[in-house]
Design a protein around this ligand. Structure first.
Ligand code: ADE
Length: 252
């Protein structure tokens, strides 16, 4: 039987949480200051190869980590899918802490090569909106729904298929947020890595998905809310990742 292989990335160790402790035949590979973990997620029926790492913050670190992750895979078991998961600031005022945003599309809001290219267009791929495949958005959606039903205190939370904006800024004031939203009024969540992951995955021709849980409102309280949230989130990140890979294994 062909072994499926998923690459899982987050910016911070808390966003990977307990995932590593659920893998069998675990191995560690060091590339400078980046550690890539490889192991297997085993159920009674099947086995999934998992390669994972935390990238560090921002687009450059994310691009470096996904590139290393993809090239660390053997030709016999290449990576079938990259899942990037973690937390984000809410841009959509209807979203609250612990709500999930499944990235239907992602934009690098700080990319601007105008007037040579329209604002936000990444010349290498001639695109601004990076679109996730519908079947993967559905897996992310079902996994997030299952997560909020698994965890009692999340039962009232929502899951939104939405629009994620990436840039090298931690947004913590209304003015900056309004400036971004002036041009992109329909964004749901703001974060610092997803757009880089999506770009590299598109260029490398590997399916990808970005899923975020809201940690703060990208306002003046953002840094405090984020710091408190990430400590709690650490306990639940595996719940979402497990649900995602269980569904991925069943549909693929
Ligand atoms: N990730 C989590 N919260 C964020 C924020 N407010 N801005 C950018 N990235 C974030």
């Amino acid at each position: 039987m062909e072994t499926k292989h998923i690459g899982i990335l987050s910016a911070m160790p808390e966003e990977i949480g307990e995932t590593i402790s659920h893998l069998e035949d675990l191995n560690e590979f060091k590339f400078g200051d980046l550690i890539i973990y490889k192991g297997f997620y085993c159920t009674k029926e099947t086995k999934l190869k998992v390669t994972l790492a935390w990238s560090g913050w921002g687009k450059v670190s994310a691009a470096r980590a996904i590139t290393r992750l993809i090239s660390s895979a053997s030709k016999t078991i290449p990576i079938d899918l990259i899942l990037f998961t973690g937390v984000a600031g809410a841009a959509n005022r209807t979203l609250n802490q612990w709500d999930f945003v499944i990235g239907e599309q992602i934009i690098q809001y700080d990319f601007d090569a105008s007037p040579l290219f329209p604002k936000y267009v990444i010349p290498a791929i001639n695109k601004s909106a990076l679109i996730c495949k519908k079947d993967l958005v559905e897996i992310g959606y079902l996994a997030a729904k299952k997560t909020i039903s698994n965890v009692t205190f999340l039962n009232k939370n929502s899951v939104k298929k939405g629009f994620i904006a990436t840039g090298d800024n931690f947004i913590s004031d209304k003015k900056t947020m309004e400036e971004i939203m002036k041009y992109l009024p329909s964004i749901d969540a703001l974060e610092m890595e997803g757009g880089a992951i999506a770009q590299v995955a598109i260029q490398e021709n590997i399916p990808w998905i970005v899923v975020r849980t809201i940690s703060d409102a990208a306002d003046e309280d953002a840094s405090e809310d984020f710091s408190e949230f990430i400590k709690k989130y650490k306990k639940y990140s595996w719940t979402f990742i497990k649900n995602f890979i269980d569904i991925f294994l069943n549909v693929k």
